[in-house]
Design a protein around this ligand. Sequence first.
Ligand code: 5GP
Ligand code: MN
Length: 281
Amino acid sequence: TFNIFDFSKTVGRNMQMPFMATSLLKKNNLLQIVDYHKFLQFIVQIYNKYKRSVEYHNDLHGSDVAQHCNLILQRQNLIEYARFSDTDVLALLVAALCHDVQHDGFNNRYHVVTKSPINQMYGDEHVQENFHAAQTIKLLDIYDYDFLANMFSASEIKTIRKRMVESILSTDMAQMKQLRDDFQLHLNQFGIQDTVNRELLIDTTDDETIEDSKQLVSSCVLHACDISTSLRDFDISTQWADLLFDEFFNQGDMEKAQNLEVSIMCDRTTTNIAGGQAGFI
Ligand code: 5GP
Ligand code: MN
């Protein structure tokens, strides 16, 4: 299977995200629908905003999740069954690349407990996800990086941006139950199971139901790919787990130093990584 660590070594760390983004767009015949020069500059900015010092939530995670989203789109034939247009695919892939941009290696709980500047900006809900989405949109609002401008109609641009924001927000683990319940309800409502009735994945009643069900599919794919590292080859999956727990343990050390209650799985003296991973799966 695909190995992002090898990929990054081969093309060079600072080129991995521009290469990945270009390759994913090319595979989906999307290079000609965007302003590619601006797209590349946008991606370089996103890459620069990911913090290399953060063990897990860095540019490699962004690219890896985007690569996996593309895999799911292709393998599950979602372009056909979810009636995905070029812009639907574009919005999902870009959202995946950007979804953890500028992550600082601490979880939402830490931001809330320490009343961090980001928490003060976005309140106590989906703190970092709001921040990642806002950083993405902020870049897109800069002329040199707005790869959508002049390529799509105003309403298409509005839909793409909204889809990206909503998809990024849905990567909050606190949303997981809600997202699963919504998806299960949708499957039950249309009698969709495995391959049965999967052409009903999108509710074509009207424009609003189409958009709602496409958003649901996008959010589910991104969220699923975001927590998919245990499904990779064992050596890749353990590398990701070690990086995640390095990040968790740094947070735990910080919490101890600040006399805060140590977050779950963040205490390096008591956490069993293998056990934690078995539980997570
Ligand atoms: P993200 O922060 O990447 O947007 O959302 C995914 C979150 O899911 C991670 O921060 C992490 O808390 C959790 N997660 C993802 N993969 C794993 C895993 O393999 N093990 C554990 N314990 N948590 C995971
Ligand atoms: Mn993520």
